[in-house]
Design a protein around this ligand. Structure first.
Ligand code: SAM
Length: 491
């Protein structure tokens, strides 16, 4: 079924298309999504397509239900006038065969109205719009009043339509992967796991291939849930892109995807060939190491006055990602393109920070009384690893205070430095392939947030200290050593 999608570049997208996040689903994805539904056992099959656009998802699903003996009806909801017009034409043929209801409204209204009417669905299929919901928006207030706490419209669509499922009903949605981790989607995950069974997740190994024709650089997953108790095994399917040419499937226990003891309900999607499960050998929380992690406090464009191109004894090193050189720091840099690499602390002018004679009142400045580890907050998708860490060593800086720019996250011990061996061990662990694999499972984006680093499992303090010692004696970070020490084997 090919609905002749028009190829558009970003520039050609109309204002409405951008505003309503209109990215139409290619037919191969629609077919795959429809194929995930089990053979219906109900006498009455009721389909819902929320944010239907030109109707490709609902129509593909109806097409796949042609032969079922059940009585089939479908409801399509679309807000945009133009898309709704196309939807009316596109569904004309289906209307002859099935009982089709078209709703021209905001789905947030429509869902509450359908709920109010006691309407329930057996099959929900959707590719919802995605954009951040403004906290003070009318829609957000209405959602909250109904116990729906989300920060992105796509989660609202899934939440509202899942509420409309009858028992044993199924929902298949193509959505960004961002709901899998992080505090913003915690309530959404709690809602999902409280009422539904996670049946299937599909991941595209190439990040920009799901909607290649619409230039969407968004990592999407296909989520398939059912309103029934959680099944023991979850099916994970993989394909490079929307052609599904190399589709692979594996089944994994639900507990290895969402750990029963994990209060953050993070969804770990294993990589296709992944054999080890990080939580088995890294069972410590970051706080067990006596270490915490924060985002660099210096937002340079807001503190222009305090950032200097040249330093003197009243300034401290301001570290940027550009100062990370392998697993060490190189400061100052010769050709530095930012505002400057020296920070002038508030209330510490004229005091000698170089000799440490003064206490620095500025809370954004940290004492170099031990070692810190920094991690870049952003990486590009071309980079081999998502996490890049370096050790900030007091021996490498000429002052006894330092501060960090906002594009870095830094590990510290209550805003002080910590032991050298632990710092090198932590840095080696963070740069390792096992952490990279783990991180890719839980996070769909290239950003590394403090919450990601806080929620990650860590090896024990002793193990990291040992690794740190070995690393320093050989002078480089060797992945095999981390694997051997942490997992117990190099395989
Ligand atoms: C990502 S597109 C997907 C369209 C279609 N489901 C598909 O798969 O091709 C999202 C659709 O939701 C519509 N939409 C956006 N906000 C909406 C809202 N509040 N209520 C109903 N539809 C909305 C857009 O106009 C767009 O057609």
């Amino acid at each position: 079924m090919n609905r002749g999608l028009v190829k558009r570049t970003k520039k050609e997208r109309t204002e409405t298309q951008v505003l309503l996040a209109q990215y139409f689903t290619p037919s191969a994805i629609a077919n795959y999504m429809a194929s995930l539904f089990r053979k219906p056992t109900q006498k009455q099959v009721r389909v819902l397509d929320a944010g239907a656009g030109e109707g490709i998802l609902g129509l593909t699903l109806l097409d796949s239900l042609k032969k079922t003996p059940a009585n089939v009806s479908a409801t399509f909801v679309e807000l945009d006038d133009q898309a709704y017009g196309t939807l009316q034409n596109a569904t004309a043929a289906a209307q002859k065969k099935f009982d089709v209801d078209l709703i021209h409204d905001d789905f947030i209204n429509a869902a509450f109205e359908l709920e109010h009417q006691g309407k329930q669905f057996t099959h929900v299929i959707l590719n919802p719009p995605y954009f951040k919901l403004r906290v003070d928006s009318q829609n957000n207030k209405r959602l909250r009043a109904q116990g729906i706490h989300v920060t992105n419209i796509y989660a609202a669509f899934v939440w509202l339509s899942a509420r409309l499922l009858e028992d044993e009903g199924e929902l298949v949605a193509i959505i960004p992967r961002s709901f899998c981790n992080g505090p913003y989607f915690l309530k959404f995950r709690q809602f999902l796991f409280e009422h539904f069974s996670l049946d299937t997740i599909h991941i595209f190994s190439s990040r920009n291939k799901a909607f290649a024709h619409d230039s969407v650089l968004q990592e999407n997953v296909i989520l398939h849930i059912s309103k029934r108790p959680q099944q023991d095994l979850v099916k994970i399917t993989y394909s490079t892109d929307q052609s599904f040419a190399d589709i692979a499937t594996r089944k994994v226990p639900f507990e290895s995807i969402v750990s029963p003891s994990d209060k953050s309900k993070t969804i770990h999607i294993p990589a296709e060939n992944q054999t080890m499960s990080l939580p088995d050998f890294a069972q410590n929380a970051l706080q067990d190491l006596g270490v915490s992690v924060s985002t660099g406090p210096i937002v340079d464009f807001r503190l222009k006055e305090s950032i200097k191109e040249t330093g003197d004894k009243s300034t401290v090193p301001l570290l940027y990602p550009a100062h990370m050189s392998g697993h060490e720091i190189e400061w100052p840099r010769d050709a530095f393109h930012k505002l400057g690499q020296h920070y002038l602390p508030a209330e510490a002018v004229n005091s000698s920070l170089l000799t440490g004679e003064s206490e620095v009142a500025d809370k954004q400045v940290l004492p170099l009384d031990g070692y810190y580890v920094v991690v870049r907050r952003f990486s590009s998708k071309e980079e081999k690893r998502r996490i890049f860490a370096s050790v900030v060593s007091p021996d490498k800086l000429p002052t006894n205070h330092v501060t960090f720019e906002n594009h870095l996250n830094y590990f510290h011990a209550k805003k002080h430095g910590f032991a050298k061996d632990l710092a090198y061990g932590l840095c080696a662990y963070l740069n390792s392939s096992i952490v990279d694999e783990h991180f890719r499972k839980v996070s769909g984006h290239t950003q590394v947030n403090v919450s990601d680093l806080k929620n990650m499992p860590y090896p024990s303090h002793d193990k990291l200290t040992k690794i740190g010692g070995i690393m320093q004696s050989i002078g480089e970070l060797m992945d095999d050593i981390v694997k051997k020490e942490v997992v117990g084997s190099v395989a």
